[in-house]
Write a protein that binds this ligand. Sequence first.
Ligand code: GLU
Length: 461
Amino acid sequence: MTVRVRFAPSPTGDLHVGSARSALFNYLFARAKGGVYILRIEDTDEERNREEAVRGILGGFEWLGIRADEGPFYQSDRKALYRAKAEELLASGGAYRCVCTVEELDARRKVAQAEKRPYRYERTCRDRKVPDGVPFVLRARLPEDGEVVFEDRILGPIRTGNRELDDFVILRANGTAIYNFCVVVDDVEMGITHVIRGNDHVANTPKQIHLYRLLGKEPPVFAHIPMINGPDGKKLSKRHGAVGVLAWRDLGYLPEAMLSYLSRLGWSHGDQEEFTLAELERLFTLEAVNASAAVFDVKKLEWVNGRLIRRLPAADLAGRIAPMIAARGWDPAAPWLGKAVAALQERSVTLVQMVDGLAPFYAEAVVFDPKAKGKFLTPEALPVLAGLADAVAKVDPFEAGPVGAAAEAWLAAGGHELKKVGQSIRVALTGAAVSPPLWDTMAVLGRERTLARLRAAAAGA
Ligand code: GLU
């Protein structure tokens, strides 16, 4: 049997990290099993913002590099199918017409509330011949006794007494199907073998299992994955920071870091912290998914991102940040960019930090951080800067190695400790007290700009 799984988002906005993680687990499970991963957009409820939200979801997957084998399918295109299936159930006796009015139901619900008991439909119309020409809904005919049991692959056995359920509506009076029915019809039609989704759907599962049975189908395997919480133990939300994956992209995170980190939210493989997608595709199992809630820890995501940035070839990074560079009005084709990226790699946790670090290289003139200038461009430091400019003026090629050798020889000869004068040199070159290593910085700036900046600072600019 070929494994077939799906991720089925309701388009409510950008792809949330929790949704991305559910999608990833489905995708990985399909890859690990040689199966098929399907994307289905559950957009029956409202048309509002549909296109924008769908674009956000698809854009999120494109960035992450998770491609569906089939789909996206849209539930809004499949309304006729749901209606036809509901009518089939009516014909087979799995569903019946209910003509109880909204007012009647409300009145009964109020009585239940007053008696402090949960309201369940009394099955008034279940065995009644209802009159024609009266608006009706279709309700599923559920067993009145017994229980529904399923073995959740992550949570273990889950039992629900049928008395806790009622003959719920599957088709509204206007002919549109309700959510649980659409999900089951689609999962049947799409041949879904494993439903892997957030554990906020556990409560829907017994109802869905009944619908499978009424349709004469075997339910799939269910696996409900744990929620993702913020560090305070509450469900991850905007209060905790960025929750959309594209927001993390905009903050300068790599899709590889995001994927690696998402995989660790509720899943583990020994104590390995970092994974490539190819590794995950091989290693993922549902058995290793944890039943308890995962915690979204930005520090760990930063750690993974920083490590990946350090490991990528500079040319690759330069290509990735090119659009961000262009967005700042700078030239992504600057000949020294590769060198600058290589120099910034060690200390950049995000791509945004890396692009920020390029500012002194793109600037026409040094923009001084006043605090750094006051602290380090002191009267004693200025002659050192002037002397250093002369010492490196003729170095050829003007690369970090030879520049550093000449500079260090000159500093040593004059009894200047690099530890003491280093920050003055840095501020003279970049305007700030933080930058890549000095000799790398000089090499990226090139001879002309290095000399000009050292001499301008020496002259008290
Ligand atoms: N559309 C549902 C959601 O976005 C998921 C349904 C399912 O996976 O069964 O929460």
